[in-house]
Ligand binder design. Sequence first.
Ligand SMILES: Nc1ncnc2c1ncn2[C@@H]1O[C@H](COP(=O)(O)OP(=O)(O)OP(=O)(O)O)[C@@H](O)[C@H]1O
Ligand SMILES: [Mg+2]
Length: 276
Amino acid sequence: MNPIGTVIRFDNVSLVREGNFLLRSVDWTVTQGEHWAILGLNGSGKTLLLSIVSGYMLPSKGIVEVLGHRFGHYDLRKLKHEIGWVSSALQERMYVSDTALETVLTGRFATIGLFDKPTSQDNHYAAELLVQMDCQHLADRLFGNLSQGEKQRILIARALMNKPRLLVLDEPCTGLDVFAREALLQTISTVVESPKPPTLLYVTHHTEEILPAFEKSLLLRKGEIYAQGSTQTMLSQPVLSSFFDAPIQLHKNDGRTWLSTGTNKTKKGDHETAFS
Ligand SMILES: Nc1ncnc2c1ncn2[C@@H]1O[C@H](COP(=O)(O)OP(=O)(O)OP(=O)(O)O)[C@@H](O)[C@H]1O
Ligand SMILES: [Mg+2]
């Protein structure tokens, strides 16, 4: 049974490839009204976790329910119309010769490239989203000519085109300078503060990107949940020092948490340490 208000439920979920556990025994519930940050080193399994949430990968073991749909009992191709997805990898797949407005419109059909004819209502909504993202001046510019930060804002507008109930942001600030990053985080705040916002999942390596609206956090290490709970508790010195297995210092400002390591010790990605 799916209790009303459960957006995601993972029950003892594992993903195994070539004998390796890429995700192991993941138990995780996201409830309506929560926004989650997912933190972990390279190779810890963050993108794989999101690929399962979005129906692009099936677990090897365990029960997954997303937006009331139990995997194995639902046509997962339909799920991509209910979930918005933004990542730097997606940027590279979009058509460089589509305008920003056309790129936003592709979100209506969950396609790369515009092959269907949008209605006038679609066009209106896409234009409205461009205003919401403060990108109306980019509407007629070619996607390929936009800066990284502008592209990411257009991709967020695209992801919102189908009024998704779940918005997945996989390291959306990768490659942005400090100002573009703050502008993108401001855009994300706008989405969170909109009436009836989608549930947001925000993947990052950087604690300072976790906005106060992300009240829950999940710490992933070597494919396992290391800890989960309130962001305030997860982003605390004892939890993060032990999570990263390194001495760290935290600096809190304006509801956000900056981390410094205070050591020259370099740390390998999780699966590098796990399997090599
Ligand atoms: N299809 C696959 N088959 C086998 N191994 C895979 C597959 N996809 C990912 N992996 C491995 O699983 C591990 C976790 O990958 P994942 O992409 O989820 O990491 P991540 O936490 O998102 O890392 P990053 O921060 O670098 O994006 C990595 O070691 C990766 O090489
Ligand atoms: Mg990743």
